[in-house]
Write a protein that binds this ligand. Structure first.
Ligand SMILES: Nc1ncnc2c1ncn2[C@@H]1O[C@H](COP(=O)(O)OP(=O)(O)OP(=O)(O)O)[C@@H](O)[C@H]1O
Length: 234
């Protein structure tokens, strides 16, 4: 099996004083290298919690998470830091770019700590920002800033690209461009991409769709013929 991520019966409980929130309940799945996964589900259903756990940003309350057979649920903070640094790229709705660094420098900073990074100039060209490399975030549109954020995550050349609402702040046309970029990265480099979204239309381009409800992975749909990003509508 070429499962890159294997999750077995993971649960996550948040205890806030008297209040106990079961954010994730006994979730199990496997993800293969090169798969494009979309995660759907109502607000509060556990999507971000699940992504944080497989991204090594949080630890499970119970259950097991493996990356290429390596147990993350027993890993030390040092091992998790290495994992996040080298294996995982993150794209969030809010871009978290450094305002005092140019587009090029924002991407360059991320690749400095990577093991096998892609060429920064090439990646910026790939996201259509070759002529904006020397611009600061404030000199870029929202869509362009989001593309810098994607370039930053892709340039690390991570095995796993985790995206939480990557199109949330974008207009439709820019959102489609974003999805094309993510799909290209997945196909060209045979990398795994997981996207959380509220846009059910985006799910059509996934190889598989995970439906979350009340902390459970309620259903998985397989698409033998995913729709190209250009044909996605929402
Ligand atoms: N750090 C935390 N401390 C306490 N409770 C939390 C924490 N993070 C998430 N929760 C709770 O866990 C549940 C699942 O939250 P989560 O963010 O995973 O949902 P989500 O499906 O990503 O929602 P949304 O679509 O609104 O982002 C919610 O009830 C949330 O309030």
């Amino acid at each position: 099996m070429n499962a890159i991520i294997r999750v077995k019966g993971i649960s996550k409980v948040y205890q806030m004083g008297e209040v106990r929130v079961e954010a994730l309940k006994e979730v199990s799945f496997e993800i293969n290298q090169g798969e494009f996964i979309v995660v759907l589900g109502p607000s509060g259903s556990g999507k971000s919690t699940m992504m944080n756990l497989i991204g090594g940003m949080d630890t499970v309350s119970s259950g097991e998470v493996y990356y290429k057979g390596q147990p993350l649920h027993q890993a030390t903070e040092k091992v998790l830091t290495e994992y996040r640094r080298h294996a995982v790229g993150f794209v969030f709705q809010f871009y978290n770019l450094m305002p005092n660094l140019t587009a090029y420098e924002n991407v360059q900073m991320a690749v400095q700590i990577a093991k096998d990074p892609l060429n920064v100039k090439e990646v910026l060209a790939q996201v259509g920002l070759a002529d904006r490399a020397d611009h600061f975030p404030a000199q870029l549109s929202g869509g362009q800033q989001q593309r810098v954020a994607v370039a930053r995550a892709i340039a690390k050349n991570p095995d796993l690209l985790l995206c939480d609402e990557p199109t949330g702040a974008l207009d439709f046309a820019t959102g489609v461009q974003m999805l094309k970029l993510l799909k290209e990265f997945s196909v060209q480099y045979k990398k795994t991409v997981m996207i959380i979204t509220h846009n059910a239309g985006i799910a059509e381009m996934a190889d598989r769709v995970f439906y979350m409800k009340d902390g459970r992975l309620e259903n998985i749909t397989v698409h033998p013929h995913p729709v190209p990003p250009e044909e996605v509508v929402w």
